[in-house]
Ligand binder design. Structure first.
Ligand SMILES: Cc1ncc(COP(=O)(O)O)c(C=O)c1O
Ligand SMILES: [Zn+2]
Length: 411
């Protein structure tokens, strides 16, 4: 049984006895759930690592779910941590590791969050879950709701890649495409809908779902056999990944299971980089920006209102940094990941490798540092980011002669 404390406001320390009110009654900040872990022993850690359940649920005691029977799992977690030697050589970081979250059940990191979030929805007795999303969260909420027997309503902005809408629909979600700006108009409607219909909110304003990405930290410690990476770079939009990884590392530190923590880096598209701007200006809170169009469409968020400030604090506490990447830099990284590591990451995910390259060039990352880049979404989520030339699509006659001619041009 996971032992859960009351939800508490990290801003003004107010607590609430309700398990279904996610915002602070005093300051409207997103509440935080703290799971009681003080009783865990080193032997528990060893047992968790030996557990044959290769999902995030081997770390059950760290999640705010009270009963094992509430768990809604599609096999998420324990994704490969790949030592990408050829890619590492190319960017000057021989110890470069890729956390391959493209293989999660719905193809993105959101499954870490929603497995925990929807399990809690089931435990609390909700019947409909909702999310607004640039696409990946929509598919993930839809899939986990389907597995749990909940209805789902997902709101996406007009212009979202059809592949992402199709995926959510395939899982039976009601998809609502909204003709409005994501950060303001869609967000306003979403908030009003949660209030009006009483649906279970699966955004980063849900403290339970935010706990899921702590599993990154646990998996790194396990997979590197307790070596601590020097850097972890995470493609960042709402800030949940940075915030939650930091929390996970702090939990292990407090239990004495690790003795140091990595520096965390948020990688963002230069077209939507409010965290980078706030970090560079030394602010303690985010100043929203108007997100411009970017090839990294999954992280095109200008106002990370719920957890942005906490991610900012995590970057600073970890002595990390935040990096903005241009679209050409992102597409170059996507291509390098494909050609040198054999993985197909969506552009948003490739920002982590683009940031590693940039930080190495600037001398911030040293040649002998161990660096993990999170690959947070599959390239097939947004296939049209790869532009094929007319020649590539031009058929050749089915003869050996034509093939000889063709490969002579290619090699
Ligand atoms: C592919 C991908 N990477 C990264 C993120 C970043 O999310 P967060 O900053 O909340 O961890 C998202 C979602 O917004 C995403 O879809
Ligand atoms: Zn408060």
């Amino acid at each position: 049984m996971g032992i859960m404390n009351t939800l508490r406001c990290p801003k003004c320390a107010s607590a609430t006895v309700s398990k279904t009110v996610f915002r602070c009654p005093s300051c409207d900040g997103v509440l935080e759930v703290n799971v009681e872990i003080g009783h865990l022993k080193r032997s528990d850690f060893d047992a968790m690592r030996r557990n044959r359940d290769h999902t995030i649920w081997r770390w059950f005691d760290f999640f705010p779910v009270e009963e094992v029977s509430s768990i809604v799992s599609l096999g998420e977690g324990c994704t490969p941590l790949i030592h990408a030697t050829r890619l590492g050589e190319s960017v000057g970081v021989p110890q470069l590791y890729l956390k391959n979250d493209t293989v999660l059940p719905t193809g993105s990191l959101k499954d870490r969050s929603n497995s925990v979030g929807i399990s809690k929805a089931k435990e609390l007795g909700f019947t409909t879950a909702t999310v607004m999303s640039t696409g990946n969260a929509a598919a993930s909420v839809a899939a986990y709701s389907a597995a749990a027997g909940l209805k789902s309503v997902v709101m996406v902005p007009a212009g979202t890649a059809p592949s992402k809408i199709i995926q959510a629909r395939a899982y039976g979600a009601t998809v609502v495409v909204i003709d409005g700006d994501f950060d303001y108009e869609v967000a306003k409607l979403y908030k009003a809908a949660v209030k009006e219909f009483g649906w279970y909110d699966c955004l980063s304003s849900n403290p339970y779902r935010d706990e899921g990405k702590k599993s990154y930290a646990y998996e790194f410690v396990d997979q590197l056999n307790e070596r601590i990476p020097d850097w972890v770079i995470h493609p960042t939009a709402g800030g949940t990944g940075i915030y939650a990884m930091w929390k996970g590392f702090q939990e292990f530190l407090s239990l004495g299971w690790i003795d140091r923590t990595p520096k965390l880096v948020a990688s963002q598209s230069a077209a939507a980089a409010p965290l980078v701007a706030a970090f560079e200006r030394g602010l303690t809170d985010i100043e929203p920006v108007v997100a411009r169009d970017t090839v990294a469409e999954s992280i095109q968020v200008g106002n990370p209102v719920s957890l942005g400030w906490r991610a900012l604090a995590a970057l600073r506490e970890s002595h990390g940094t935040a990096v903005a990447l241009t679209d050409p830099e992102i597409l170059e990284a996507q291509s390098l990941i494909g050609r040198l590591a054999g993985l197909f990451a969506e552009p948003a995910a490739a920002t982590s490798v683009a940031a590693a390259k940039k930080l190495r060039e600037e001398g911030v990352i040293r040649a002998d540092d161990l660096v993990i880049c999170n690959l947070t979404g599959h390239g097939l989520k947004q296939p049209d980011a790869i532009k094929l030339s007319r020649e590539e699509l031009q058929p050749i006659p089915p003869t050996l002669e034509a093939l000889r001619e063709h490969v002579r041009n290619v090699f």
